[in-house]
Design a binder for this molecule. Structure first.
Ligand code: HEC
Length: 282
């Protein structure tokens, strides 16, 4: 080997230089109470905050798991905070709790919708969205009626029969037949089928997501249900609902709220204060 020909002092010198370089440039290892030499410990061992995650962070190198959890667990939002794009009043209970309702419903009415504009997703939304989150109220129905007449009635007909002004027999110009909500198919259709249609439309019908807020969409659906009930001689108003079991009338809703209040007084209610982080509301 060629190396044998190199003078020994040169080999020793190069080796020493190498060792010196390595030990100068790297941090010395920690041991026992000695944390070693670290020039930017905060950067190397930061607490790895993972937003809205309750899990222990696998690569955490700071402290132990208990200490980690003490610092890296999602906190309660400051009271009164309105998170951007928060899911609005997501249940009838929120609606009744005025404070929560106004805090949770962003002024622009934006609420995330977790379904895409495809036929498979329409089917999925129809199968999964089964309840109107707002109780049936007189104000809601009257708001729903106004909005329906403005945005839907022109095609779907003021009474929901699919014969609106644009498709009227004497001179209607619209090229396609709007759905007739009074047919059994649409009376039986789930809330999701309506909500999805409002979000994305269907074929030649455009979507109304940009024109109706989250709550307005649901009030329009309430109103369509009330038209169906009228046609069938059933009840769908604040006093009762004999049409379907997807919506609670105000009376039942108030009664259920009273039960809730009693339970709360008995200390039986669970603490839902952290639900917002755990919910999987799609
Ligand atoms: C410009 C006319 C027009 C307007 C306005 C309109 N629609 Fe439609 N809508 C249609 C047509 C046409 C169809 C049939 C689409 C198809 O099946 O190809 C339809 C279908 C539907 C369906 C049935 C979708 C399905 O799953 O088969 C629903 C629900 C619906 N519309 C709700 C609404 C609501 C709620 C509004 C008001 C926010 C509205 N539409 C406004 C034309 C309209």
């Amino acid at each position: 080997m060629k190396m044998n020909r190199l003078p020994n002092y040169l080999i020793a010198g190069v080796t020493l230089l190498g060792v010196a370089m390595v030990s100068l440039s790297s941090c010395s290892p920690s041991k026992g109470n000695n944390p070693g030499h670290e020039f930017f410990p905060d950067m190397f061992h930061s607490i790895a905050y993972e937003a809205n995650l309750h899990d222990y962070y696998y690569y955490n190198t700071w402290g132990n798991e208990v200490e980690y959890r003490k610092y890296a667990t999602p906190r309660e939002p400051v009271k009164g905070t309105i998170p951007r794009g928060f899911a609005g009043a997501s249940s009838a209970a929120d609606y009744k709790d005025k404070e929560a309702y106004f805090q949770n419903t962003p002024v622009n009415g934006f609420v995330p919708y977790y379904y895409e504009d495809t036929e498979e997703e329409r089917t999925r939304a129809s199968a999964e969205i089964l309840e109107n989150p707002f109780p049936i109220t007189a104000e809601g129905l009257s708001r729903g009626e106004d909005l329906y007449d403005i945005f839907c009635g022109i095609c779907h007909g003021d009474n929901g029969d699919g014969a609106g002004y644009l498709v009227r027999d004497d001179g209607g110009v619209y090229p396609a037949q709007p759905a007739n909500f009074l047919l059994p198919e649409f009376v039986e259709a789930s809330e999701g089928r309506y909500y999805h249609s409002i979000m994305f439309g269907k074929n030649v019908m455009g979507g109304y997501a940009d024109k109706l807020s989250y709550e307005e969409r649901w009030q329009v659906i309430h109103y369509i249900r009330s038209l169906q009930a009228k046609e069938l001689g059933l009840v769908y108003d604040p006093t009762g609902n004999t049409l379907n079991n997807s919506s609670i009338p105000e009376v039942e809703f108030e009664a259920s709220m009273e039960v809730d209040m009693e339970q709360q007084a008995d200390g039986e209610s669970e603490d839902h204060s952290t639900d917002v982080y755990d919910s999987d509301d799609h």
